[in-house]
Design a binder for this molecule. Structure first.
Ligand code: SF4
Length: 249
């Protein structure tokens, strides 16, 4: 599928995507749609567990290390709705209210900025709490996919406001990326929203407008334009949009 994938990663992409696509096409119950994608997120753990041992041994990520939670997170609509559902289920009314306030401030800070400007802000994710993810089981796919071989390099990147140091682990990253792309592509091929959103901005909308989930289930754009992931140099309508390519049909 992707020229940069190894044959094994390609297989992972095809198998994961086909399974997600089948489940999304089979279910008639709207509530089961998000559950199908939530279930597919377990594939990240399986893909990680079968990565080469030497690659896994070089992972430096530890609980409480949160440098990677200070960069903009780009997501598809289903990831936002899964996170919102988790928050609405497990957060207290006070914690939910406080999160909405943080997400609103995040959205205002990101409005009208390019992706580079957003990165330079280095704002903490609205779901970061005491150095940990407060929705760990429902975190977005980019968060599940990220592994670093050098925690100090992550901190240096954070402090400099640039991504100069490469922290990726080849034997892990390709597998995670294959799973992420497969889930997103399968959702798009099943007719769901293929636009890329800024996680914090779209989460604010999801938590304050219950129609976002309805629009997604109706296979419409779930969130407003103001929640879109920013391009580098303007508002290209097609920037960050995934299209159905017929991979899994
Ligand atoms: S969702 Fe969780 S893991 Fe992802 S950036 Fe936010 S705090 Fe970090």
């Amino acid at each position: 599928m992707c020229a940069a994938f190894s044959p094994e990663e390609d297989t992972l992409f095809e198998k994961t995507g086909a399974a997600v696509f089948r489940r999304l096409r089979k279910t008639r119950n709207p509530a089961e749609l998000l559950a199908a994608i939530r279930g597919a997120h377990k594939e990240f753990e399986r893909a990680y567990a079968t990565a080469p041992e030497t690659a896994r041994a070089s992972v430096a990520c530890r609980a409480g290390c949160d440098a990677c939670c200070h960069v903009p997170v780009g997501v598809q609509a289903h990831e936002v709705l899964i996170a919102a559902q988790h928050v609405q289920t497990y957060f207290s009314p006070e914690a939910l209210e406080a999160l909405i306030v943080r997400a609103e401030a995040h959205r205002a800070a990101f409005a009208g900025r390019t992706s580079v400007q957003r990165l330079e802000l280095r704002t903490p994710c609205v779901l970061l709490k005491d150095g940990n993810c407060s929705i760990y089981d429902a975190r977005p796919e980019a968060c599940r996919s990220h592994h670093s071989h050098d925690a100090q390099a992550c901190r240096t990147n954070l402090e400099s406001g640039r991504e100069d140091l490469d922290v990726y682990i080849p034997g892990v990253r390709g597998r995670m990326f294959a799973v992420m792309l497969a889930i997103d592509q399968a959702a798009v091929e099943a007719g769901f929203d293929g636009r890329a959103y800024d996680f914090g901005s779209a989460l604010h909308e999801a938590l304050t407008d219950s129609l976002c989930a309805v629009r997604w289930m109706q296979r419409k754009a779930a969130f407003s334009e103001s929640c879109r992931e920013a391009g580098n140099d303007g508002d290209d309508e097609e920037s960050g949009v995934m299209h159905a390519e017929g991979y899994f049909q």
